[in-house]
Design a binder for this molecule. Structure first.
Ligand code: ZN
Ligand code: ZN
Length: 350
């Protein structure tokens, strides 16, 4: 499976070798989870360069790679000794300083950025990736259903967020996709309101946007609930966001243009009079990173393809009142899409 990913990259890059140094891409191409290593990928062989702390791990994880001890030869030395002339590197993560060092160590090589090629390959998720993300989404669903009865007046956002995070870890997640957004009452008007020491109050809207990592892959889901009975205004806003969210979902299929999906949801919210209260894009792709390309934004001209993984997350945010966001994780399939978030989207009144 990983060999296919490497072959794809090498088939798109006409050089002698590609140097991979960023942790996410290193994991993507080799399976190595350690924090220090470089990969050199060529048509003849794959090499992993790391120090003695990681030798056993590299042998176990980076199957099909030749292990080279960096105490003897660095990746840059190797590239120079092999006489590679055109070498790919990740121009979006290699610092100016590191690039200067590389250029000095390998003066005869021409370096060419391959980051767009890699992000293009990573856009389409393979079976292993879909399985990991599906599992991350399942854990999030289960942890959220365990959390719901605990969202009661008097508890703080922080302690509830921690409970949710702890439950996901107990269920097998290795970490969080991002800092949990847990915003109640007027704070729910902040699209990225991370958990604070505010106590939950009766009548609060509570927006929880969270995700966990499983085998390196992120999940992402948002639900907004009401503590107690929802008032008319809360119901009105919730229904508009839900209509926008489901209308966009219905249009997600291969061939659809990203900005058109955004426009469907945005149109519904705008027609209802809340266009100014929906300031962010409708969604984003994700995988090893929580934000990947393409995105459902008013400017994204990319076309959806089977195997892409997207979020659909419209919202309405009213300062001084509160806000609603509803987010599902969605896999684009051959004939439409499959929703990986299974928590109900009916308004939950706790
Ligand atoms: Zn989210
Ligand atoms: Zn998201």
């Amino acid at each position: 499976m990983l060999k296919k990913r490497i072959q794809k990259l090498l088939s798109l890059f006409p050089g002698d070798a590609v140097l991979i140094t960023s942790p996410k891409n290193r994991y993507y191409f080799s399976g190595f989870t350690g924090t220090e290593a470089s990969l050199v990928l060529t048509n003849d062989a794959y090499y992993i360069f790391t120090d003695s702390r990681y030798h056993i791990q590299a042998k176990n994880e980076a199957k099909g790679f030749t292990l080279i001890d960096t105490a003897k030869t660095s990746a840059a030395d190797f590239i120079r000794e092999e006489g590679y002339r055109l070498v790919g590197f990740e121009e979006d993560t290699v610092s100016v300083e590191k690039f200067r060092t590389l250029s000095q160590k390998v003066p005869d090589a021409e370096w060419e950025g391959v980051s767009p090629l890699i992000s293009g390959i990573r856009k389409i998720k393979d079976e292993t990736e879909v399985a990991a993300i599906t599992r991350a989404a399942e854990i999030a669903d289960r942890a959220f259903s365990e959390l719901l009865p605990q969202i009661v007046p008097g508890k703080t956002e922080q302690e509830l967020a921690l409970t949710l995070e702890f439950t996901m870890r107990k269920m097998g997640a290795s970490g969080l996709s991002f800092d949990t957004i847990f915003a109640s009452g007027v704070r729910s008007a902040m699209p990225h309101g991370v958990a604070s020491d505010k106590k939950i109050e009766y009548g609060d809207f509570v927006t929880v946007d969270f995700g966990c990592v499983f085998h390196g892959y992120c999940s992402d889901m948002t639900r907004t609930v009401v503590v107690g009975k929802a008032n008319e205004k809360q119901k009105e806003i919730y229904d508009i966001v839900l209509s926008a969210q489901t209308a966009a979902l219905a249009a997600i299929r291969p061939g659809a243009v990203c900005k058109d999906i955004d426009a469907i949801a945005r149109g519904i919210i705008t027609d209802a009079g809340y266009g100014a209260n929906f300031g962010h894009g409708l969604g984003h792709s994700l995988g090893l990173d929580i934000h990947e390309l393409p995105s459902f934004s008013p400017r994204c001209e990319e076309t959806l393809a089977a195997g892409m993984l997207m979020t659909d997350e419209p919202g309405i945010y009213i300062e001084g009142f509160g806000g609603v966001r509803i987010e599902d994780l969605v896999l684009v399939t051959e004939d439409g899409c499959q929703i990986l978030s299974h928590t109900t989207k009916e308004l939950i009144e706790l």
